[in-house]
Ligand binder design. Structure first.
Ligand code: S3P
Length: 167
C-alpha cells in the first residue's frame, strides 16, 4: 500500500500539496473534483439544492468506489468534512497512510478570505466560522491521522519532504 491521504480543514493546503506531489509520480485524486465530475454539478449547487447530508452520502460513495479500484501511488485529497462521517474513517485507513495537514485558524482565515466556493464559510464572520468548525473537527483529524504535519509558513516542498520521510 503506497497511497497517501491528505486530511485537514478547508484551506490547509491538501489540494496544493497533492498537486505538488504529482511531479513525483503520484496520481492526484481530489474527492471534491471527483464528485463534481461524476455528478456534473458544482459542490455549491449540491449543498444549495440537495443539502449537506446528500453531499456527505456522495463522499462515502466515492470513497468506496475508489477503494474498489485498488489504485496505487495515489495522493487522495479529501474534503475537509469527509472524515467527520464516521463510516468514512475505516475506509480512509484502508486506502493508505493518513496525513493531517494542520494550520492555525489565522493562516486558514488568510487563505480563505476571498473564497466564494465553500458553502460552509459563506456569510457571517469568517474567523468565528473557522474557529467553531475547527473546534468540532480537530480531535477527529488528530485521532485519525498517522502523521500530523504543521503547514503554517511551510513550503509545499518542505511538506512533501516530511511526508516522504514518514512513508
Ligand atoms: C467542506 C470542505 C470542502 C468541500 C465542501 C465541504 C467541509 O473541501 O468538500 O465545501 O465540510 O470542510 P476542501 O476541504 O477541499 O475545501
Amino acid at each position: 500500500m503506497n497511497n497517501v491521504i491528505l486530511i485537514g480543514f478547508m484551506g490547509s493546503g491538501k489540494s496544493s500539496v497533492g498537486r505538488f506531489m504529482t511531479q513525483f509520480d503520484y496520481k492526484l485524486i481530489d474527492t471534491d473534483d471527483y464528485i463534481e465530475k461524476k455528478y456534473n454539478r458544482k459542490i455549491s449547487d449540491i449543498f444549495e439544492k440537495d443539502g449537506e447530508p446528500v453531499f456527505r452520502k456522495m463522499e462515502t460513495q466515492v470513497l468506496s468506489e475508489l477503494l474498489e479500484e485498488k489504485a496505487q501511488r495515489v495522493v487522495l485529497s479529501v474534503g475537509g468534512g469527509l472524515p467527520m462521517t464516521e463510516a468514512n474513517r475505516p475506509l480512509l485507513k484502508k486506502f493508505g497512510r493518513v496525513i493531517y495537514l494542520k494550520a492555525k485558524p489565522e493562516t486558514l482565515e488568510r487563505r480563505l478570505a476571498k473564497d466564494t466556493s465553500r458553502p460552509l464559510l459563506q456569510g457571517g464572520n469568517l474567523h468565528d466560522k473557522i474557529v467553531t468548525l475547527m473546534g468540532k473537527r480537530e480531535k477527529v483529524y488528530e485521532q485519525l491521522a498517522d502523521v500530523v504535519i504543521v503547514t503554517d509558513h511551510r513550503s509545499f516542498e518542505e511538506i512533501y519532504r516530511q511526508i516522504e520521510e514518514m512513508l
